[in-house]
Design a protein around this ligand. Structure first.
Ligand SMILES: [Zn+2]
Length: 156
């Protein structure tokens, strides 16, 4: 297994890790870099069409914020997460698309639209905590509570 860190290395924002196994190439998170000095719309250093699936650790935009851009640029696999992560991610990405649409009026091109967000949410494959899911024949995912985001606190 090979890991390539494309963000969140020596910083705490923009997590996007390419994982290569013998049979697959997948992403662990696809986050947006946040902060004034960061690029607003970064280019991927890989071809989104060559990513087999995504594992999303949690909903925060620095882990999920570029998923609609990934889909808009040709990613066509599944996005694995817990049910709560998908639901909160949908809210955050819709809000992000809305803000980008408003910013577009002042000349900043949006990275993605609400339509891209809807296509992204359709790609989620959700599971519960502690339930192993086979993402491929050589990758099994189990979501465990890491205590970073208390999903039970959200009432949707
Ligand atoms: Zn977080």
């Amino acid at each position: 297994m090979k890991l390539q860190f494309l963000g969140a290395a020596k910083e705490v924002t923009g997590s996007c890790i390419v994982v290569k196994t013998r049979k697959n190439r997948f992403l662990l998170d696809c986050g947006q870099r946040q902060g004034e000095e960061k690029e607003i719309s970064p280019e991927f250093t890989f071809n989104p069409r060559e990513i087999d699936f995504v594992v999303l650790s949690h909903a925060h935009l620095d882990h999920s914020g570029l998923l609609p851009k990934l889909v808009a640029e040709g990613f066509d696999g599944r996005i694995y997460s817990t049910v709560a992560t998908r639901d909160v991610t949908e809210l955050l990405l819709k809000d992000s698309a809305k803000i980008q649409k408003e910013s577009a009026e002042s000349g900043v091109l949006p990275m993605f639209t609400e339509k891209d967000v809807a296509r992204t949410i359709d790609k989620f494959s959700v599971s519960e905590w502690n339930v192993p899911v086979d993402a491929s024949d050589d990758v099994t995912i189990t979501f465990l509570d890491a205590g970073h985001i208390w999903v039970q606190a959200f009432q949707l």
